[in-house]
Design a protein around this ligand. Structure first.
Ligand code: MTE
Ligand code: HPA
Ligand code: MOS
Length: 750
């Protein structure tokens, strides 16, 4: 099926928050934020700003009728600052005016007196000072201490991976409208409508039933709107509730970049032990997660780092600890991969370092340790339906890896200024929210009297194509054509208590619920058909919008069947619920079976480095990916390419920079480089692994949203191998992203 949004996207008719028709009398919001990263507020003077013509009101924490609190997992984040400032860009006041231009003028008139406090910007600094947003977590398997004693080689080092700006095309925003009896409706650009509903209810001190959140679609979320769409919606709702006027608040790009959190930077240390046969015997790592000034989703992200600490490898002795370090940066948050990529970068660095010491290519160690059927992950889950070997071997064979290696060796002996490198990157990513209680979803399907269908789920469309996949499920289950079916907006009054659209599990969870609802409706309608046709229900199906009896069409069309059912007073609506079976996790033991299944794949990357200039090209990335039985290969391929681009960006060019005072320096697209079409490899080849798929994946089509981001990690090591070909005495350093500046240093320093 074609992407359901392609028609309106192409015509520029798809609606985002900023496109909504505003009601008469709509007011506009703007945040006054902290101009310093850590301070005590001595005095806030809003009088002059509030007196400006066209300014309606300026809200501070004192105007919050309920709780001034938006922390999702831990209540440690005020909506508007009270006595202290904890990061540069922290919202302090919310200006509401007749226009955005007036609000902007008013913002310049607010004055604040502060007493500056010491600023922490790095995880190590926070760690040394004992500043954390939550307790550390440790996963343990076997006994690393004993195992290291018997290793032929033991290697230790440290790594750094930087943050990453989400750069969704649509910035954060919301539109809040008052309804009768104190009810508020908020249209929000959020991945988590229920999160937004819950937070607003808390801030306003009302029940969740007073708040309706509606989501049309997002111009991208990438994790940045899983938890961090909440504040802006809550501010708009706060103002609308107080003023009894509609309030629109869409952040401009500068404000969005400055005020929102990003992927977590990680500072990590590792110790890896292996034997002469290249089998990894033990792996230890300590991850210092730079959580920023509040917990946000950091505890869950830290957990996923531990889940993916050994990537696609089987290691019998593992000891990993993560510390969520509290710094004076905006609270860092979910970003495609959710801490998994940060963990995988460390194990890949450890293997690269071991390979350097043994003077062999890293892929020899990788290959020798790939996960196999019935291996145990450090968190106790037993690996089944493992495709690590399969994707690896297929990639090596189908993409003529050995030939490439030889060609690169030849190229490198012939060339002095240009050097090439190659790397292999296997991935293994667990599907399910790591927090088991989040893994359920609901769907609501209405068949109208004329046979057309409208359905709702908790899924949020953010460009990943989930609405198309959902529509396919209805088409397939009810045997109809897609023009009779509409996907409704995601709305908390139609589908309640939703988990955010995240963890790559949206189509699985919501799709399974939708499938159950459609199955029930089909059963009900076939009962009617069986009665009407006087035929055994077992032999009846619906396809091509008609009732079929054993492969032969009957006179009963879909429309007439629906009409008949309605007249017989049969319920044409259905609500269904799906909860992932089998999964569980015991946090007191840090053991369990948290994932429905894993997604596998292998990427081969090649890069060319200009050893005079330090610039580089990623020449090719060739991927064997385990889609299971893809239900929509066009959409899934789009997800692979997009995720790969983001992975390459994170690993090679996107460089978040804060100064030592905690001010964002990379605060515009002139100072923050994201991959464009020229940065993408000239060759991107993606092939689907022939595989059976997984029962817990919707229609056996495995989740695809996040896993391919981690193929990008391979490009980092391809560049490193090219550097190594030029600078033989170079000792590998793991400091991502690999910008041209760092390439140059690595080329000429040891
Ligand atoms: N693709 C697009 N185009 N836009 C997005 O915002 N988000 C990613 C991924 N792919 C995203 C995307 C992230 S972080 C996740 S978790 C998944 O999509 C969420 O959607 P899914 O669960 O339907 O895969
Ligand atoms: N992935 C993504 N988002 C989440 C998760 C997860 O495992 N847990 C809570 N939010
Ligand atoms: Mo994705 S980081 O789980 O929104």
């Amino acid at each position: 099926m074609k992407n359901t949004d392609s028609y309106s996207h192409l015509r520029g008719e798809s609606l985002y928050i900023d496109d909504l028709n505003t009601q008469q009398g709509t007011l506009y919001g703007l945040v006054f934020d902290a101009p310093i990263a850590h301070a005590k507020i001595l005095d806030l003077d809003i009088a002059k700003a509030e007196a400006l013509a066209g300014v309606i009101k300026i809200f501070t924490h004192k105007d919050v009728p309920g709780q001034n609190q938006i922390g999702g997992i831990i209540p440690d984040e005020p909506l508007l600052a009270e006595t202290d400032i904890h990061f540069w860009g922290q919202p302090i006041a919310f200006i509401v005016a007749e226009s955005e231009a007036i609000a902007k003028k008013a913002r310049a008139l607010i004055t604040i007196k502060m007493e500056a406090l010491p600023v922490i910007t790095t995880a190590t600094e926070a760690f040394k000072k004992g500043q954390f947003v939550c307790a550390p977590r440790t996963f343990n398997l076997g006994n690393t201490t004993d195992a290291f004693k018997n290793c032929d080689y033991v290697i230790e080092d440290f790594t750094f991976s930087n943050g990453q700006e989400h750069l969704y095309l649509e910035t954060q925003g919301a539109y809040a409208e008052c309804q009768e009896n104190g009810k508020i409706k908020v249209t929000s650009s959020t991945q988590g409508p229920t999160q937004v509903q819950k937070a607003i209810a808390k801030v306003l001190g009302v029940g969740m039933h007073q708040i309706e959140v509606d989501v049309i679609r997002l111009g991208g979320g990438f994790g940045g709107k899983e938890d961090q769409a909440t504040a802006w919606a809550a501010m708009a709702a706060l103002a609308a509730n107080h003023l009894h006027k509609p309030v629109k608040f869409v952040l401009n790009r500068h404000d969005d970049l400055r005020m929102t959190g990003k992927r977590h930077p990680y500072e990590s240390t590792f110790k890896i032990g292996l034997n002469k046969d290249l089998k990894i015997q033990a792996f230890e790592a300590t991850y210092l997660q730079n959580s920023g000034a509040a917990a946000d989703l950091s505890p869950a992200i830290a957990e996923r780092t531990l889940f993916h600490a050994t990537n696609a490898y089987n290691i019998k002795n593992v000891h990993t600890t993560v510390h969520s370090c509290k710094t004076n940066l905006p609270p860092n948050t979910a970003f495609r991969g959710f801490g998994g990529p940060q963990g995988m970068f460390v194990i890949e660095s450890a293997i690269a370092k071991a390979a350097e010491k043994l003077n062999i290519p890293a892929y020899k160690i990788q290959e020798a340790n790939l996960l196999q059927e019935n291996d145990e992950f450090s968190y106790g889950q037993i690996a089944t339906q493992v495709e690590a070997q399969n994707t690896w071997q297929t990639a090596i064979k189908d993409f003529d890896f050995e030939d490439d290696v030889k060609a690169i060796q030849k190229f490198n002996t012939k060339n002095t200024e240009l050097k090439k490198g190659i790397s292999v990157m296997p991935i293994c990513f667990g599907i399910s929210f790591t927090n088991t209680p989040m893994n359920h979803a609901r769907a609501l399907v209405h068949i109208y009297q004329d046979g057309s269908i409208g359905f709702s789920t908790g899924a949020v469309e953010m460009g990943q194509g989930v609405n198309t996949k959902l529509k396919q499920i209805v088409v397939q289950t009810l045997g109809l054509s897609s023009d009779k079916i509409i996907v409704e907006t995601t709305n908390t009054t139609r589908v309640a208590n939703t988990s955010p659209s995240a963890a790559s599990a949206t189509a699985d969870l919501n799709g399974k619920a939708l499938q159950l609802a459609c199955d029930s409706l089909k059963e009900r309608l076939l009962n009617v058909a069986s009665e009407e046709l006087q035929l055994d229900k077992k032999n009846l199906t619906i396809k091509n919008a008609s009732v079929y009896n054993q492969q032969k069409s009957t006179y009963l069309t879909w429309e007439s069947l629906v009409q008949m059912a309605f007249l017989k007073r049969v319920n044409l609506s259905e609500q269904a619920h799906y909860a992932t079976p089998e999964i569980h996790f015991d946090k007191t033991k840090e053991k369990g079976h948290p994932f429905a299944y894993h997604v596998y794949g292998t990427a081969i990357s090649t890069a060319t480095v200009d050893c005079i200039r330090g610039t580089y090209d990623i020449d090719s990335v060739k991927i064997i990916h385990d889609f299971g039985k893809s239900m929509n290969l066009d959409i899934d391929m789009g997800q692979i390419e997009g995720a790969l681009a983001q992975g390459i960006g994170w690993m090679t060019m996107e460089e978040i920079a804060y100064d030592k005072n905690g001010r964002l320096l990379s605060n515009a697209l002139s100072t923050y480089k994201v991959p464009d079409v020229f940065a993408m490899p000239e060759i991107v080849e993606v092939k689907a692994l022939e595989s059976a798929g997984h029962e817990m994946a919707i229609l056996k089509s495995k989740a695809v949203g996040e896993p391919p981001l981690m193929y990008g990690i391979g490009t980092y090591f391809a560049i490193q191998n090219a550097i190594k070909a030029f600078n033989k005495n170079h000792s590998l350093k793991f400091d991502a992203p690999m910008t041209p500046e760092k390439v140059l240093k690595n080329l000429y320093q040891n």
